[in-house]
Ligand binder design. Structure first.
Ligand SMILES: O=c1ccn([C@@H]2O[C@H](COP(=O)(O)O)[C@@H](O)[C@H]2O)c(=O)[nH]1
Length: 273
């Protein structure tokens, strides 16, 4: 008898079915810390992050802490992030660590060990990575994620306008750079069933990039709210069989700690059924 190992895709699909596709970003920008009355130090970060987790728990499937904004506070900031990650996972939330790591292969394996090893201090369920040192340089990180029932989210077509020239450039075979990345990640995700995903901004025109989706390859979609895209448009951006996560950070976090749960409910209500 064969036993099916739990996969990130399995957890994600079940959790999105229960709570919907909203992903709450945890981005402790200095201005937000100030507006929340949380200090610009490790204690403030921890309060901010754990309050966001408390509001998100039971409301959404996924949270996405922005690692850079914790790293800005050095080791104390990373300590705060460790506690936010632990709280989120204990509350049953799936956690995508938005660290956008990407290097040569041997170093990528180190990043995967840091973020995706069960029991590691910074353990998350998935990690954002950059493929722009080569998708194949991520092989060891893909393998580490798969061994742990976790996943990578690989940048394909990012939401920022500065990325367009690079990511929409055409390869000799006519595909865009973003489409070539997406095809390689989808092939790996289909072959392993792991649920490795893509990052595709809500602000980009997928057709223009020649970007297809596949049900085995979830799509993390930033760009809603503060970057201008409307949550209500989610289903016009992606086909019905795509597993999508609509990510919003500042537009929700600006509500402040006391109104955060209501802001999450309001964002969910904007999403199409
Ligand atoms: O293409 C990308 C990839 C990642 N991000 C990250 O998502 C959030 C967006 O924050 P908002 O406040 O909702 O604009 C942030 O952490 C980015 O680093 C992205 O925006 N675009």
């Amino acid at each position: 008898m064969t036993s099916q190992r739990p996969t990130f895709l399995g957890h994600l699909t079940a959790s999105v079915a229960a709570h919907g596709p909203l992903c709450v970003g945890i981005d402790p920008h200095p201005a937000l810390l100030d507006a929340w009355g949380a200090g610009a130090d490790a204690a403030g970060l921890e309060r901010f992050g754990r309050t966001a987790v408390e509001a998100a728990a039971g409301r959404v499937a996924v949270v996405k802490p922005q690692v850079a904004l914790f790293e800005a506070h050095g080791s104390a900031g990373l300590g705060a992030l460790e506690r936010v990650l632990a709280d989120a996972r204990a509350a049953g939330l799936l956690v995508i660590a938005d660290a956008k790591r990407g290097d040569i292969g041997s170093t990528n394996t180190g990043y995967a060990a840091a973020w995706l090893t069960p029991g590691s201090p910074l353990e998350a369920d998935a990690l954002t990575v950059s493929p722009y040192l080569g998708v194949d340089a991520l092989d060891g990180a893909f393998a580490a994620a798969e061994a742990a029932g976790k996943a990578l989210f690989v940048l394909a077509a990012t939401s920022n306008p500065e990325a367009r020239a690079l990511q929409s450039a055409r390869l000799p075979d006519g595909r865009t750079v973003a489409a070539a990345v997406a095809e390689a990640v989808t092939a790996r995700s289909v072959a392993t069933g792991a649920g490795h995903g893509l990052v595709i901004g809500a602000t980009v025109d997928r057709a223009d990039y020649g970007l297809a989706t596949h049900p085995s390859t979830p799509v993390l979609v930033p760009g809603f709210g503060a970057q201008g895209a409307s949550l209500g448009a989610l289903r016009t951006l992606f086909p019905a069989d795509a597993v999508v996560l609509a990510s919003a950070s500042r537009s929700i976090l600006r509500a402040g700690p006391d109104a955060l749960a209501a802001a999450i409910d309001a964002a969910k209500a904007e999403l199409p059924a």
